[in-house]
Design a binder for this molecule. Sequence first.
Ligand code: ZN
Ligand code: ZN
Ligand code: ZN
Length: 546
Amino acid sequence: MKSISKQISFALILCLFSSISVTAQNQKHPKLIVLLTIDQLRYDYISKYWARYGDGGFKKLVSEGFYQANTHFSYMPTFTGVGHATLGTGTTPAIHGIAANNWYDRVSKKKMYCVSDEEVNTIGSKSDAGKYSPKNLRSSTFAEQLKMANSASKTIGIAIKDRGAILPVGHFTDGAYWFDSDEAKFITSSFYRSELPKWANEFNQLNLPKKYLDQDWNTLYPIETYTVSTADDVPFEKAYKGEEKPVFPHKTKELSKANGLGMVKNTPYGNTFTVEFAKKAIIGEDLGKDKFTDFLSISFSSTDYIGHQFGPHSIEIEDTYLRLDQDLANLIQFLETQVGQNEFLIVLTSDHGAADIPAHVNGSAQYFKNEELKKELEEYSELLYQVNLIEAIANEQVYIDYEQLNANNLDFSEVKSSFMEFLKLTEGIVVVSDPANNWCIGEKTICERIANGYHSKRSGDLFFVIEPGWLGSYNEKGGTTHGSPFSYDTHVPLIWYGFNTKAGIDYTLTSIKDIAPTLSTLLGISSPNGATGMPISNFLNSRATR
Ligand code: ZN
Ligand code: ZN
Ligand code: ZN
């Protein structure tokens, strides 16, 4: 009897030990999580340039990682600040409050820039380029939850664009660094610290922008091999200031004399520069060096600047991606050496896509005249109510003048409904919505994306959506943009790579707001406090060990 009970208890102990070891195995965390946001990375760029990518960059991430090929933003407007806030917080503008890059502020009656903060100062240069903070962000981020779970975890945000650096990490963080175009160096704001760290100063002293721009921008390979792109010299590309035609070689050495070294951000060198700064940060801040998971957000802004200027089918954008592919290979190799193979997790995605250029497509898409619409709506208001009730139109949203509305004893619902009728009949408008009243004329998917993008204090009273492929008349001068609720703006790649991620591809509809809750679940910590996204079960199940 005795020996049987001994055997049983021995077996029990064994069971206990093995279950502990399973738990311990599951609880092993990556030393470093790297969020790579490629500004304006369209879904099709992965396949379009696949044959031209090297083995160590995009191809490695896609073939060895878990590729979620049907990932979308679930709101409009699809802009940079909004996208980065959604990546950080795991929720939509309705909750995180970053309702646009610039929204109309009813209190100050001025445009509010998403990360502007008059109470903070620039650290690292003499310009005003550091007067930014996450003050307007209304939800915590994954990075903040990570730090709250253990203050030994370090979190840092880096980008050429201030909003691309600040919004993914949020308030409670070890720092955010962005580019000051005036002085061509990385800076921060007094919101984060009182002086630049030594490693950042040392980096700035290298004056890399000058070294890059002095090389001019030539295509990486012979120009005749860029067969998936349009001709180099087309009327719908925009030349650099001081350049006669938008063609290679772009003589950046000469151009930078008039434009300043800040123009490095408008060339592929901006991405190389960002990677070099990130590498310095990883070393300088000892990221990924202990058992407490660190978080580094790197956003590549130059892809967006170049995309706007030359469009998604230009040789310029193809060359930018071939070069970025090399920068990514360089970064991955660095992480393998510095942090260790399989010790880091990369999440690669984007903040929005971009539209094809209407003048290139030459189809039904046209240029929408925003200024004309404002004039016509004002006239319509005068005609109907004998007063101009349009306070502002911004981001395809109409802000109604509440003071005039009250002063004239007008019925808010009636006014909105009459303006909706007007908008509905306007050429180039396909969906109209009054999101506060849950009233939308148009296709349900688009109406939902409007509701998710509506913030009660910062958005306009009415939303309108211009037809697919249409751009605002500003873009008639050339180039393209984004912001719509259509797939060319909402559909972006999402790739998980490293830290025991199993290779796979998944076509299930996935939302960008699910990324932060997925990271939280992976680490067993709380999701950001405003998160409405859900952990991505397909990705988590693919790596589950029991
Ligand atoms: Zn962007
Ligand atoms: Zn060109
Ligand atoms: Zn953009």
